[in-house]
Design a protein around this ligand. Structure first.
Ligand SMILES: NC(=O)C1=CN([C@@H]2O[C@H](COP(=O)(O)OP(=O)(O)OC[C@H]3O[C@@H](n4cnc5c(N)ncnc54)[C@H](O)[C@@H]3O)[C@@H](O)[C@H]2O)C=CC1
Ligand SMILES: CC(C)CC(=O)C(=O)O
Ligand SMILES: [Mg+2]
Length: 354
């Protein structure tokens, strides 16, 4: 198993190091995992003047899977847009055709007190957000800031989806729904957006191949509200790039913290990039207080989706369950009566449990 490790910026290197420890430990079980590190984001810009250096993209292409931390930092916010860390992330997703982003929001029962919702509203929460990742507002052309006819600056982006882009991610959503609760809610804004109108039509067409899946549609504003009113009404949520970005951050808090949600970004084959859903968290970077569990859980998803080692994925997930049941908590999920630990200590505890 050849894995490219791209730690990135801010807390990225801190959380990635914990997942690397866990993956390395598997080698003593007879696996052959080779990991090679490369720079991306601000680290890529600093090292090579490019948020996605050629050498990093080459390594990513040659690897079976990629483990990514996070990118971004205040010091890069004034660079020309193509040089910014976030563009490096968008480019690697596009270059590798990683169009399907799976973001599971699962509540560990012991973390019910850390959820922003009442324990009875989130008990047993287990939902999967399937977010399209290589289209929509983040990639649509034209985009820019120009001076308009009235002589004032005007910013514009283009929300755009082709039917084949919608269809391929819809298939992934339905296939996942078939393996779960056979219920899929497609989230868009078809009442006002043509992009969403097409999205809904294509999802309805695709659904004909999955007659066992109960399909529903919801406007994104309502979905944002329903997620905090009654999140357990959802099983699989299928949505576009920007709506999925926002709704998954919201869903993470139902599980206690954004530091709990891992993700898989997949292409048509089994190749994938695995990363926590959070960003580089510059406000807590370098303090050894970030929660590494989202990244460790992303490594478990890698074992499941790219390498097909479901048993290993289960073991990593069970190790995470164990440290939580032992009462170990990073600051973001700390509640009275539990034991507060740092990022590296949490990684060590998962390793010990593994
Ligand atoms: N996938 C990526 O690489 C992403 C990168 N970003 C970038 O990250 C930078 C910061 O963006 P923000 O909007 O602040 O989002 P963020 O996700 O980095 O942080 C939001 C809040 O959540 C907290 N947080 C995030 N991850 C945590 C963890 N593992 N443990 C404990 N607390 C955690 C942070 O301390 C912060 O208060 C920006 O440059 C942004 O562009 C943002 C989102 C995703
Ligand atoms: C920084 C963005 C490009 C990514 C993001 O917020 C995400 O994928 O969740
Ligand atoms: Mg995001």
């Amino acid at each position: 198993m050849k894995i490219a490790v791209l730690p990135g910026d801010g807390i990225g290197p801190e959380v990635t190091a914990q997942a690397v420890k866990v993956l390395q430990a598997l080698n003593s079980d007879g696996f052959r995992i080779e990991m090679e590190h490369a720079a991306i984001g601000g680290a890529g810009y600093d090292a090579a003047g490019d948020p996605l250096p050629d050498a990093t993209l080459k390594l990513a292409r040659e690897s079976d899977a990629i483990l990514l931390g996070a990118v971004g930092g205040y010091q890069y916010d004034t660079l020309p847009r193509p040089m910014r860390p976030e563009q490096g992330l968008l480019r690697i997703r596009k270059e590798l055709n990683l169009f399907a982003n799976l973001r599971p929001a699962t509540l560990y029962p012991e973390l019910a007190d850390a959820s922003t919702l009442k324990p009875e509203v989130v008990a047993g929460l287990d939902l999967m957000i399937v977010r399209e990742l290589t289209g929509d507002l983040y990639f649509g052309q034209p985009r820019g800031i120009h001076v308009n006819e009235a002589g004032e600056r005007e910013g514009y982006n283009t929300m755009r989806y082709s039917e084949s882009e919608v269809r391929r991610v819809a298939h992934i959503g339905f296939q996942i729904a078939m393996k779960r609760g056979k219920k899929l809610c497609s989230v868009e804004k078809a009442n006002v957006l043509e992009t969403s109108e097409l999205w809904r039509e294509v999802v309805i067409e695709t659904a004909r191949q999955y007659p066992e899946v109960a399909l529903s549609h919801m406007y994104v504003d309502n979905a944002a509200m329903q997620l905090v009113r009654n999140p357990k009404q959802f099983d699989v949520i299928l949505t576009g790039n920007i709506f999925g970005d926002i709704l998954s951050d919201e869903a993470s808090m139902l599980t206690g913290s954004i530091g709990m949600l891992g993700s898989a970004s997949l292409d048509e084959s089994r190749k994938g990039m695995y990363e926590p859903i959070h960003g580089s968290a510059p406000d807590i970077a370098g303090k050894d207080i970030a929660n590494p569990l989202a990244t460790i859980l992303s490594a478990a998803m890698m074992m499941r989706y790219t390498f097909g080692h479901d048993g290993v994925a289960d073991r990593i997930e069970n190790a995470v369950k164990k440290v939580i049941s032992q009462g170990l908590r990073t600051a973001d999920i700390y509640t009275p009566g539990t034991t507060r630990v740092g990022c590296a200590a949490m990684g060590d505890a998962v390793l010990a449990a593994l």
